[in-house]
Write a protein that binds this ligand. Sequence first.
Ligand code: PEP
Length: 254
Amino acid sequence: MPQRRPFVAGNWKLNGSLAGNAGLLAAIVAGLPATPPCDVVVCPAYVHLPDAIGRLAGAAIGVGAQDVADVAGGAYTGEVSATMLREVGCRYAIVGHSERRMLYGETDAAVGRKAAAAAGAGLVPIVCVGETLAERDAGATLAVVERQLEAAVAVAGLAALADAVIAYEPVWAIGTGRTATPAQADEVHGAIRAMLARHDATIAGRLRIVYGGSVKAANARDLFAMANIDGGLVGGASLDAGEFLAICGAADPA
Ligand code: PEP
C-alpha cells in the first residue's frame, strides 16, 4: 500500500479577527514540532488570508481558503478566483463544504468546476463530500458520496485532481459533537478509494482521504489509525490551539 502523508486542516469558518488570529497562529507555531507528523493547514476567512500567510512565513503550515470561484474572472460580484488566491500565497482551497452546498445552494457540478479551477491555478483542492442524516438512514450514503465525487471527476478529470485531498464529512457529524465511529468513517473512505480506483488505481492509492465531523483531540487518534483515514478536516476544535496541536500530533503513529 502506498505511504500517504497524513493531512490535517483547520476550517476556521466565519470566525476570527486580526488580533485573535495572531494569537492563535502564534500558539500553533510555538507548539508544532519542527517536523510535524502531517501536512498542517489553516483556512481563515478570505480577508484574513494575507495576514495569516505573512505570519506563517517560514513555518511548516500551509494556508488555504474556505472556498473559491468556479470561474477565472469577470462580472461575478463578490467572488475570489483561484489565481488571486495563489497570488497572495494560498496553497489550498476547500470546495464543496456542506455549509456551502446547503446554505448557498452549491451544486455538485459547481463544486466540480471549483475543484477544477483550484487545481488549474496550482491550488490543492480539498473536496468535501458527505451525506445528510436522512440519506444515511435511507442507506444512501455511498450513492450520495459517489454522485458528489463523480461530478467533480467528470468536470476536472481525476488526473487534474491527483494532488487533491478528499474530505469525507458526514453532514450529521459537522458541528454536532456527534462523530462517525472510526469503523463507519473507514468504510466510506474505503468505498471512496475504490470508486476513484475505477478511474485510476495509482492516483486513488495516493490521494489523501481525510475525515471531518467533530474531530477533536479525544477521538483523532482512533480515527487516524484506520487504514483509509489519512487525517482530518477540523472545524470547531481548530480554533483552540491546544486541541488543534493534539489533533496534528495524533497523526503520528508512534
Ligand atoms: C467542518 O466544518 O469541516 C467540520 C468538520 O466542523 P466540526 O469539526 O466543527 O464538526
